[in-house]
Design a protein around this ligand. Structure first.
Ligand SMILES: Cc1cc2nc3c(=O)[nH]c(=O)nc-3n(C[C@H](O)[C@H](O)[C@H](O)COP(=O)(O)O)c2cc1C
Ligand code: SF4
Ligand code: SF4
Length: 660
């Protein structure tokens, strides 16, 4: 047997048009309808091959998510193929998704028959001959590049003991980087679609809703609304048509959880959607994914086509009477289109603009029909909940925040990547234990959590547990999973400027407070690090102070009178900045200084006249003639002319230029 869609013998009659209700069970435990040693052997052996438990030749697995490809995984794969050909070595090459440790991509795993799978990190094209010779020819471990073993030992550290993985709990990401995301057979062999099969054969829709309610699962798209409650409301609606939507818009700066999950385990998300559709009575579903995610879209298209081919999606799925068709809708990359009513409008072919609620989509959503819209990670949580049971799932996490949360670690942190932690771990553990802390021995300054709607949290609250309520209490929010770490060289005024610029550009313009208010806020923030006003007068200084006085009031108005979450949370980055980093704002305003050295206009360049030899090199380089002095005598910088370009600092061979 080459794949599960092949009949094991003439007694098996499953086809897409005439499906067998036990098909999924058969793939995972089969054959069920007849006892035949040959068939049993064929199906078991296929399963073992797909799980890499049974194989004749070595298997080489290469991380081919966007992070892997960006680090050169495609070239590494070509080099491995060429090297195998040159040495006449027989081995199978498989692509996998991202295991989460993006910082050390390309990751290449090698597995010998009967041995544990070993991961190697940061494999470049140059490393390939050495990797192949050491592992496949000499049958040794390539020690310099080893990341860890997927098994217990081998004289190699277990991946579970590598600090990046040690403190994680993988439920949603369990298959990521492990299975081939393109293969439906690999997904089935790893227990895929078992939850859907259980639901379809053994549970009524209301029992599924109850299970999700009891699990305590809350939406992972940012708001944290109880998923079971949303499904219950939609299930109760009477309608000839209901819809299901998967929100894969993911527009927050610093967020890449959904992309990575869709690239690495697309079938899991589809299975979660199938269960949700069954529970609420939807027969049509959409995945709204931004066009900037071509690989995720490609893998989703492949997965949907494969599910249809196997009879797991389409009409009368597995002879159950339940039908579901899934379509992909590409978004154009507007952040506001992630908001559910704007997203629905965009699928309907209208301009993506939020609408007032109620009515909520569960009552009147896509094309005016009851619609459930959930996030990618929310759906990915559903199959494990069905398999482990609500009670077991509810044991993970805190009293009000159940399960795990996936975060995209980025910024000034050693171990950038995708991590999954049980709710309730502290921010400190994520930054230092999993993230490995700040590179180059610099100090931690803040973590930005919750995207543009969230906040920047300082060291003083770093022991806050990661859960919906605790993060809100300290002025941030869970958000969808962006986790940007900032070191001592980050200027918090500059960070606020960055987020406000983003929000300003992404505001759809419907509400005056959001459209105009964020513009005014941005102007106030932009004025803070300006050295001179447009007319160079004191008036600018006055406006700077006046702006600061108005900031809080402006923030309150924008928050209270904007229609959607974008406007309502727009002031958050500034407010959390003022709450925790007021001294930095004051330093910029009163001392006209930026200690982090980011706000260039506030820097002062001067020449140490004890060191300067008067060579004149900097005079020649300075494009605005801001340096004066006699040849052979110490030189001076005219502060009112200096544009802080740093050219003199770069050129001076005696390091005579001081920057303050
Ligand atoms: C401006 C804005 C952008 C949003 N972007 C996303 C997004 O990219 N992905 C997402 O799942 N939810 C996003 N949301 C939240 C959605 O409106 C909606 O609450 C969510 O998709 C519901 O799914 P959940 O219950 O599984 O979290 C956004 C909300 C706002 C206000
Ligand atoms: S709050 Fe802003 S983004 Fe939301 S609807 Fe109003 S103008 Fe558009
Ligand atoms: S390049 Fe350095 S040493 Fe030469 S004049 Fe400028 S500051 Fe003095």
């Amino acid at each position: 047997m080459k794949d599960f869609n092949q009949l094991c013998c003439e007694k098996c009659w499953h086809t897409t048009d005439k499906p067998c209700e036990h098909f999924i069970q058969c793939c995972t435990e089969g054959p069920l309808c007849h006892h035949d040693e040959k068939c049993e052997h064929e199906i078991t052996s296929l399963r073992k091959r797909l799980k890499y438990e049974e194989h004749d030749h070595p298997i080489i697995m290469i991380g081919m998510g966007t992070c892997g490809l960006a680090s050169g995984a495609a070239k590494v794969k070509e080099a491995i193929e060429a090297e195998l050909k040159k040495l006449n070595i027989e081995a199978t090459i498989e692509g996998t998704g991202c295991i989460g440790f993006c910082a050390v991509e390309p990751i290449v795993d090698i597995k010998f028959p009967g041995k544990d799978r070993i991961s190697y990190q940061e494999i470049t094209v140059k490393d390939v001959p050495r990797l192949i010779k050491t592992t496949l020819v000499d049958k040794e471990v390539y020690k310099e590049k080893v990341l860890g073993s997927h098994g217990k030992s081998n004289g190699v550290i277990s991946l579970k003991q590598v600090p990046f993985f040690e403190h994680q709990q993988k439920i949603v990401l369990a298959n990521c980087g492990i299975v081939n995301p393109v293969s439906i057979d690999a997904y089935l062999a790893h227990g895929g679609f078992k939850a859907f099969d259980k639901v379809l054969r053994l549970m009524k829709p209301e029992e599924v809703v109850k299970e999700i309610l009891e699990s305590g699962l809350r939406g992972r798209g940012g708001g944290g609304f109880p998923t079971g409650k949303k499904w219950e409301l939609a299930a109760k609606q009477k309608s000839d048509q209901k819809y299901l939507i998967c929100n894969a818009d993911e527009g927050d700066p610093g967020a890449f959880m959904d992309r990575s999950l869709l690239e690495s385990d697309p079938y899991r998300v589809i299975e979660g959607m199938m269960i949700a559709a069954y529970a609420i009575g939807a027969t049509a579903a959409y995945i709204y994914c931004r066009a900037e995610y071509p690989l995720a879209i490609e893998r989703l298209q492949n997965s949907i086509a494969k599910c249809e081919e196997y009879g797991i999606l389409g009409d009368n799925i597995l002879n159950s009477g339940f039908s579901l068709h899934i379509k992909i809708k590409k978004g154009a990359g507007a952040f506001v289109c992630g908001e559910e009513t704007a997203l629905i409008g965009s699928i309907e072919g209208k301009r993506g603009m939020p609408k007032p609620r109620p009515p909520y989509p569960v009552a009147s959503g896509l094309f005016g029909k009851p619609t459930v819209i959930n996030n990618v990670e929310t759906y990915a949580n559903v199959p494990p909940i069905i398999m482990m049971g609500a009670q077991q799932f509810a044991k993970i996490g805190t009293a009000k925040s159940k399960g795990t949360k996936v975060f995209a670690l980025s910024g000034n942190i050693k171990n950038t990547g995708l991590v999954e932690v049980p709710m309730g771990v502290t921010l400190r553990d994520v930054v230092f234990k999993i993230g490995g802390g700040i590179p180059e021995k610099k100090e931690f300054k803040a973590v930005q959590i919750g995207g543009p709607s969230g906040g920047c949290l300082p060291e003083s609250v770093i022991d806050t547990p990661v859960d919906y309520e605790s993060l809100k209490e300290v002025g941030a929010m869970m958000g969808s999973g962006g986790f940007v770490v900032m070191d001592e060289e980050t200027c918090m005024v500059d960070v606020a400027k960055y987020f406000l610029t983003f929000i300003q550009e992404e505001s759809c313009g419907k509400c005056v407070p959001c459209r105009e208010g964020t513009k005014r806020m941005l102007e106030i923030i932009e004025r803070i690090p300006k050295r001179y006003g447009s007319d160079g007068s004191k008036l600018d200084q006055l406006q700077r102070f006046k702006g600061m006085i108005h900031l809080q009031r402006l923030a309150d108005v924008i928050r209270d009178t904007s229609l959607c979450g974008l406007g309502q949370s727009a002031p958050n980055p500034v407010l959390s900045g003022l709450r925790y980093f007021r001294h930095e704002y004051e330093e910029h305003l009163y001392d006209r200084k930026c200690s982090s050295g980011v706000c260039k206009e506030l820097l002062t360049f001067s020449i140490n006249n004890e060191v300067c030899s008067g060579c004149g090199l900097c005079v020649k380089k300075c494009s605005v003639e801001a340096i004066v002095g006699e040849k052979g005598q110490a030189h001076y910088i005219l502060d009112n002319k200096c544009i802080k370009c740093g050219m003199c600092y770069e050129i001076c061979r005696l390091d005579a230029i001081n920057i303050n």
